[in-house]
Ligand binder design. Structure first.
Ligand code: 48H
Ligand code: FE2
Length: 254
């Protein structure tokens, strides 16, 4: 057999176009491939929800790769240890209740779990707007290639429809802010000071449907609520992703 470059090109184009068309309508879209989005997408996939994860960057993983100040380690507290176990992420007990894991392993294992659960990944794709119609719900997303945005090119976007959307875009709570900017009546307070104990305890209450069809997870949940940040402890991100998956699944009747 001789390798044909055009066949290679056709394989990539046909496969990805079919997937894209398949996901023009979906149950759930998770925006952002950081820790909360990855956990949320993986667990939604495991529950049988047709779910896509949309990530604007080339790589999945968000702020987890860099650990704390570029030391590629994350800390997870007792309450979230079961999720390290569930996703087979190795860890060491540093002191009672403080578990330390490798950030590269954490990203990789969560990504692999989401792949295994059937989640489709759309990387290099930026959500630039949301669709809100007469029913007052977020019913779809307006997307474009990230390089179009980066180059400042005037290229109009495409649209996908989704029953539920999860804003897992981190500190900036990008999706919630889009609704706020357009006068949708969703106030985004912005995150407050570093206070790990408070931020990690309250994040689960902030992980909720903040606008019809829009759920917030991870740092975005705290940012919308005006809640504190927590630094490089990731238990709250994992637990918030899990909570968001439960809420979305419940909404979809799964
Ligand atoms: C598509 C987008 C868009 C868009 C952004 O920042 P993340 O890692 O988010 P979380 O909430 O899962 O995790 C937060 C954690 O990493 C962190 O920063 C912590 C715990 N900080 C505490 C502290 O005190 O600093 O990931 C968000 C992802 C990123 O990969 C973005 O590229 C992506 O969302 N994203 N994707 N369309 N419009 N906006
Ligand atoms: Fe952060």
């Amino acid at each position: 057999m001789t390798l044909n470059e055009v066949t290679i090109s056709r394989a990539i184009l046909e496969e990805q176009h079919r997937t894209f068309i398949d996901y023009l309508e979906m149950d759930a879209a998770v925006i952002g491939g950081g820790p909360s989005g990855l956990v949320c997408a993986a667990l939604l996939g495991e529950k049988g929800v047709r779910c896509a994860l949309i990530e604007k960057k080339l790589s999945i993983g968000g702020g987890m790769w860099g650990g704390g100040m570029m030391f590629p380690r994350i800390v997870v507290q007792e309450g979230a240890r079961r999720l390290l176990d569930r996703f087979d992420i190795a860890y060491r007990e540093f002191e009672p209740g403080y578990y330390v894991a490798k950030s590269v392993e954490a990203v990789s294992k969560l990504t692999a779990a989401a792949c295994d659960a059937g989640v489709e990944f759309f990387n290099l794709t930026t959500v630039e707007d949301v669709m809100v119609r007469g029913d007052g719900r977020v019913g779809g997303l307006v997307i474009n290639w990230t390089p179009v945005d980066m180059a400042g090119l005037h290229v109009d976007p495409l649209t996908v429809a989704c029953t539920c959307t999860v804003d897992a875009t981190g500190h900036d709570a990008m999706i919630a802010r889009m609704i706020e900017r357009k006068g949708g009546g969703l106030p985004v307070k912005g995150e407050s000071f570093m206070w790990a104990e408070r931020a990690e305890t309250r994040i689960l209450d902030h992980t909720r449907e903040v606008f019809p069809g829009l759920f917030v997870a991870g740092m975005a949940a705290n940012a919308v609520a005006g809640e504190c940040r927590m630094g490089p402890i990731f238990g709250g991100m994992f637990l918030s992703g899990e909570r968001a998956a439960d809420l979305v699944a419940e909404r979809l009747g799964r």
